[in-house]
Design a protein around this ligand. Structure first.
Ligand SMILES: [Ca+2]
Length: 319
C-alpha cells in the first residue's frame, strides 16, 4: 500500500468514525471498537462531500457564555396567593378523558379539581364518575399565556400519597415546530409515581431519546409527600440543568452524547410552556397497581417562578 493510499484510507476512516458516532449514540450498546456499517455508510467508501456536516442543522453548539457569571431576573411568578380558582390570565385547562397517550384513568375537568387556599394550589384527584371515566383530576397549562425560550423554572410542591397517583411539573413545546411528540421535545422537571414513593424523576424526551432510550435521572428525596420541596430546571441554549431544593441533580447536554447534535437530540430552541397535573393510573402511574382508597389525593403547589437571564437573552438574540 502506497503512502498516498494509506493517507487516503486514514482520512476515510476518520470520516467514517465521525459520521458513525452520532448514529450509535442513541441508547444503543456502546462499543468503541465497533464500526457502524448501517444503511448510510459502509467501510468500502465514504464520500466526504456527502457526509460533510451541514452546520445549519447543528443545535446546542457555538454558544459562548460564562455560566458562573449569569444573572437572572424574575419574569413570571405564580404564587397562588389569591383564594379561589387559579388566575385565568395564567392558566388554561387541558380537559377530557382520552388517557393522554399514557392510558391514564382520570377525566381532566376544566378547573373543578383545582382550588387555591392559604397561598397554596391544591389539585385533587377524586373517585368520581365523569365522561366515561371513574376518576377526575386537573391538568393546568400556561400555553399561550406563559411561554418562554430559555429560562429557569422553580416550583415548590408537596406530592400526593397513594398507589396510582402521578403528579408532574413539566414543559411542552408551544408551537411543535419539529413535529408531534417526541420530535419537538418534552422537559419533565418533576415526576413522582405513588407506588414508588420518595423517588423523584427528571427527564427529557426527544426524537432520539424517549421510550426505551430515555434520558432521565431519578433521585430519592425522603418526605416529598409530607413536606414541600423545590424542583427546578435551568434551560440554557446548550444544556438543561435539573435541580431539587437548589442542588443540581443532573445535566442533559447533548454534546455529551454526540459530536453533531441536531434537533433529534436538541429540539429545545423553541418556546415552551408549563404544565402541572395529577394523573391517576396510566402506563407509569398505574404500573404498580392502583389503590382507590387513597382518593381523594391532594397535590399541592406553593409557587412556580420563571426567571430569564439577560446574558442568555442577548446571546440568543432575544430581548
Ligand atoms: Ca404560595
Amino acid at each position: 500500500m502506497s503512502n498516498y493510499k494509506k493517507a487516503t484510507s486514514l482520512i476515510l476512516l476518520t470520516a467514517l468514525l465521525c459520521v458513525s458516532a452520532p448514529a450509535r449514540a442513541g441508547g444503543l450498546p456502546r462499543n468503541e471498537d465497533a464500526f457502524h456499517t448501517g444503511q448510510d455508510v459502509s467501510d468500502a467508501y465514504v464520500d466526504p462531500e456527502k457526509y460533510a456536516l451541514d452546520e445549519s442543522l447543528l443545535k446546542a453548539v457555538g454558544f459562548d457564555y460564562d455560566y458562573e457569571s449569569l444573572t437572572y431576573e424574575l419574569v413570571w411568578a405564580e404564587e397562588f396567593d389569591a383564594d379561589g380558582k387559579p388566575d385565568a390570565a395564567h392558566w388554561r385547562y387541558d380537559t377530557g378523558g382520552g388517557g393522554w397517550g399514557n392510558n391514564e384513568l382520570q377525566y381532566y375537568t376544566p378547573g373543578d379539581n383545582a382550588e387555591i387556599k392559604n397561598g397554596v394550589l391544591t389539585i385533587e384527584a377524586r373517585k368520581e364518575r365523569m365522561g366515561g371515566r371513574d376518576y377526575t383530576s386537573c391538568r393546568m397549562v400556561t400555553r399561550n399565556a406563559g411561554d418562554w425560550l430559555y429560562c429557569k423554572v422553580e416550583a415548590r410542591a408537596k406530592l400526593p400519597v397513594g398507589r396510582g397517583t402521578w403528579p408532574a411539573i413539566w414543559m411542552l413545546p408551544t408551537d411543535w415546530a419539529y413535529g408531534s411528540w417526541p420530535a419537538s421535545g418534552e422537559i419533565d422537571i418533576m415526576e413522582h409515581v405513588g407506588y414508588n414513593p420518595n423517588v423523584i424523576v427528571q427527564s427529557v424526551h426527544t426524537n432520539r431519546y424517549h421510550g426505551a432510550s430515555p434520558k432521565n435521572h431519578s433521585l430519592r428525596v425522603p418526605g416529598v409527600c409530607e413536606e414541600f420541596h423545590t424542583y427546578g430546571v435551568e434551560w440554557l441554549p446548550d444544556q438543561l440543568i435539573f435541580s431539587v431544593d437548589g442542588q443540581r441533580t443532573w445535566t442533559y447536554k447533548p454534546t455529551d452524547y454526540t459530536v453533531s447534535p441536531t434537533k433529534d437530540v436538541w429540539p429545545f430552541d423553541k418556546r415552551m410552556h408549563l404544565l402541572i397535573n395529577l394523573a391517576f393510573g396510566g402506563d407509569w402511574g398505574g404500573a404498580g397497581g392502583i389503590d382507590e382508597n387513597c382518593l381523594p389525593a391532594q397535590y399541592q403547589v406553593d409557587y412556580i417562578r420563571v426567571y430569564q437571564s439577560p446574558e442568555i437573552m442577548a446571546l440568543t438574540g432575544q430581548n
